[in-house]
Design a protein around this ligand. Sequence first.
Ligand SMILES: [Zn+2]
Ligand SMILES: [Zn+2]
Length: 431
Amino acid sequence: MTTLQAINGFKDILPDQIHLWQRLEATATDICRRFGMREIRTPILEKTELFVRSIGEATDVVEKEMYTFADKGLTMRPEATASIMRAFIEHGMHVQQPVQRLYTMGPMFRHERPQKGRLRQFHQFDAEIIGPTEPQQDAELIAMGHLLFSELGVKVSLELNSMGCPKCRPAFRQRLIAGLEGVQDQLCEDCRRRLHTNPLRVLDCKKPGCRALVADAPSIQDALCENCTSHFATLRDTLDLLGIPYNLNRFMVRGLDYYTRTTFEFVTDQLGAQSAVGGGGRYDGLIAELGGPAVSGIGFAIGMERLILLMEQNEKENSAALSDTDIYLAALGPEELKHCTLLAQFLRQQGLRVALDYSGRSLKAQMKIAGRMQAHYTLIVGEQEWAGKEAILRDMQTQQQGGFSLSGSPLEQSERLAVVLRAGSGKSDPA
Ligand SMILES: [Zn+2]
Ligand SMILES: [Zn+2]
C-alpha cells in the first residue's frame, strides 16, 4: 500500500508554525478594527463567470491558473476581491451603508507552475474599502498595510504607480503597443501573446530581454489625464504627510484587469530576488461592470505564507521562541498525580496553560518532557514533597527553585500558584 501524501502545492500548517499564523491573524484583525473595518467571509466556490468578468480574460490567473469544474461552471476562488464585490452587490450593502470597509482572511487557489514558495492553496489577508473616491482614502488603506508590516516587525518597501482611468489609459495603451510592435520578435513568448490583449503587462515582465526593451517605453505617469494627475499628487502628498516612504515605479503593473489609478505593492528583498508580499489598487469600474451600482473601491491583498516566511526569519534573528506552557506538573506517585490532576484543572480555569503526564514516568523523564515543551515553570511533587506538604517550584529559564507550600485546599494552592506564574511569565510571552 502506498502512503498517502498531501498533493503538490497543498501544504499542512503544523502546530510548530501555528503561533506565527495566529499572531498574524490576531494583529491583522486588531489593525482592521482600529481602521473601522468589518470582517466578511465568502464561499470558496463561485461561478466561473464571476472571475472571468472581474479579473479579465487576458490575465494569467484566468488563462491558466484557475481550478475550474468545467462541467459545473464553478471555480475555486483565486483571489478575494471578486467574491467580496459579488456579495456586496447581492446583499445591496451600499444601501445600508454607503461606505463599506471590509476584510477577509482565508485560502485561495491557483494552479501555478510549481516553484519555490508558491503554493497552489495559499492564504490571503484582503482588505477592501468600497465607496470613497478620494485619494486620501487610498493613502489611509496603504497606511493600514504599512502598520500591519511594522507591527509584525517585517521590513518592506512600498512601490507606487497610477494606472490611469478609462479616459487616459487607452491612448497610453496604443502608444505602448505602437512602440513595442517594432521589437515584437525580441519579446518573450508571453509578452508577444499579450502585446495586443494586455500590453501593460509587458511593462512588468521579469525576463531580462523584455526589461531592456521596455526601459525606454513611455511612462504612464506622464500620460495621465488631469483628474488622474491630481488624484496621484494628493495621494503622494498624503503619504508624505503620514511619513510613509514609497518608490515611484512606472513598471509596476498589477496582473489584474480591473485596476484604475492607484496601484501599489509591498516588496521585500529578504525572500531572494525582490518580490511582492502584497499589493492592490483602486478599481473604480469593477462593481458597475459586475452589475452593481456605480461606486468606487480600493483594496489590497497580502500573501500570508510569504509574510509568515518573513516573520519566521525575524524570529530566528531574535531567537525568542514562544512557550506554549506556563507550568508542567511533575507528579511521582498515585496520590501526587491525583492532586496534580485537580490542581491542573483549577489552574486552567484561571486561564493558565498547564501540562502534566499521567504515565508515571521518572522525574528525569518528566523534566525532559517539560524542557522540550519549554515550560516556564515545573512543579515537582514527589513522595518526599507530598509527605512534607511542600513541593518544589522550578523556574526553567533561570534554573532557580524554591519550595511551594501544599497547605490549604487545592483551589487555594492553585490561586497562589497562579500569582507566581503570572508575575514570572511577563518576560517571554507577549500574549
Ligand atoms: Zn485618467
Ligand atoms: Zn516578457
